[in-house]
Design a protein around this ligand. Structure first.
Ligand SMILES: [Zn+2]
Ligand SMILES: [Zn+2]
Length: 414
């Protein structure tokens, strides 16, 4: 197991021991499939809350295109091929099922791992959007090998709009999560595409927290089994009492976008405005610092709040992507021109795309997921946002933020 951890190149901390637990669990399960032991017995000594985070932070690399790339000899701290092999290993050790819910999937190694599972009689279920962005080749091949694929429709159904209501553009299936054997969650901001593996600043979170895994498993069941006609909006609410919490965003939340505009909840019990406010409040409660690292930020409620926090002396730092910092509605120009002293913005100027979507509050609370900070994401897409209080996990993101902050230059205009 040591060599497995070493070859995965993960930091020796809770992350490594989690991978150890996951690997051991997988190896053990495959060796004794007749009498499988539950994960919790095998992870003795490992915190159930520990998390592996795979960061992708090299911009453009050639690693993924090099045949038989020797990751041990790779100069990159976070070789994307090493991370890819970690994922492949976890997927291929599945003993019963893999549930895949991805905005975009065309990574050949991971596609092959799923095909191999299907050929050995394991269950693979897939939820994707119906948009062109999804590589239909991968989906078609998985379907032909026996995967049960559900495509979520992105158009608003006829009659779905109330009079005078904001009309959304396509409603995206923007999740990027996979659940293995209903025990291991793989989530984060990263799509399973070659471009993501060799081009993006991005992250993947691997977690075995039973509560969190169960939340994602239930959401998968919902997404996989619900036809568009029976869909509901968000139906549960975060309680803020556990180290790993998740908020799911559903397509029909577009009905509540007008609630955000008029700043009040509608008559629905599960009004999405509640969750939107819940997330904003997490940030508004900052007493020391807010560190934000997101690809897209057009949500004025958030930028107003960040400027307010900055003006009362909270340390606000923003890392952004070059392409989206100048896009329509981007709030970066307001940060740079805010208050007596500007909010400091650092930007990726070199190769690659900054694809992260995370915020750290007071160095203690992490908000991370698939959500770009746009109204479309909060009110209209299938998305998720983790709210993490677990110290070890948050620390990994704090370290990554500091690293990127030092790497990317400050900008004085967009
Ligand atoms: Zn490499
Ligand atoms: Zn509402």
């Amino acid at each position: 197991m040591d060599s497995l951890v070493k070859s995965a190149g993960l930091p020796v901390a809770a992350g490594a021991s989690l991978l150890g637990a996951v690997s051991y669990y997988c190896l053990h399960r495959s060796a004794t499939s007749a009498t499988p032991k539950p994960l919790k017995k095998l992870s003795t000594g490992v915190s159930k809350n520990s998390t592996i985070v795979l960061f992708f932070n090299e911009g453009s690399t050639q690693c993924i295109n090099l045949p038989n790339h020797k990751t041990d000899e790779c100069a990159l701290t976070d070789c994307p091929v090493r991370h890819l092999r970690t994922l492949q290993r976890i997927i291929s050790k599945a003993t019963t099922s893999v549930d895949v819910c991805l905005y975009n999937l065309n990574q050949p190694t991971l596609e092959k791992a799923l095909v191999d599972l299907l050929r050995s009689g394991k269950r693979v279920r897939v939820v994707v959007g119906d948009r062109d962005v999804v590589d239909k080749g991968s989906i078609t091949r998985l379907r032909s090998e026996g995967a049960f694929v559900v495509e979520k429709i992105s158009k608003v159904p006829p009659g779905g709009l109330l009079p005078n209501q904001f009309e959304p553009s396509d409603l995206l299936m923007h999740h990027k999560f996979v659940v293995v054997d209903k025990k291991i969650l793989i989530t984060g901001s990263m799509n399973w595409t070659n471009k993501s593996f060799d081009h993006n600043y991005d992250h993947i979170i691997i977690n075995v927290d039973p509560y969190l895994v169960n939340q994602f498993t239930e959401e998968f069941e919902y997404l996989h089994s619900t036809s568009c006609d029976d869909e509901k909006a968000y139906s549960t609410q975060p309680n803020g009492q556990v180290p790993f919490e998740v908020i799911f965003f559903r397509r029909f939340n577009f009905l509540c976008r007008r609630d955000a505009n008029r700043k009040k909840k509608c008559e629905r019990d599960d009004c999405m405005f509640y969750n939107y406010k819940f997330i904003l409040h997490k940030i508004m409660r900052a007493t020391v610092s807010v560190d934000l690292c997101v690809q897209q930020l057009t949500t004025e409620d958030l930028s107003n709040e960040l400027i307010f926090l900055h003006n009362i002396g909270i340390k606000v730092r923003v890392i952004c992507d070059k392409e989206f910092s100048t896009g329509t509605g981007s709030q970066m120009q307001y940060f740079i021109n805010s208050g007596t002293y500007c909010i400091e913005v650092h930007r990726l100027e070199g190769d690659g795309s900054l694809h992260h979507k995370f915020v750290i509050v007071d160095g203690e609370t992490l908000l991370a997921g698939t959500i770009n900070w746009t109204m479309q994401s909060f009110f209209g897409n299938y998305e998720n946002m983790l709210i993490v209080e677990d110290k070890d996990t948050v620390r990994q993101f704090v370290d990554e933020f500091e690293k990127l902050w030092k790497t990317f230059p400050a900008i004085s205009k967009v």
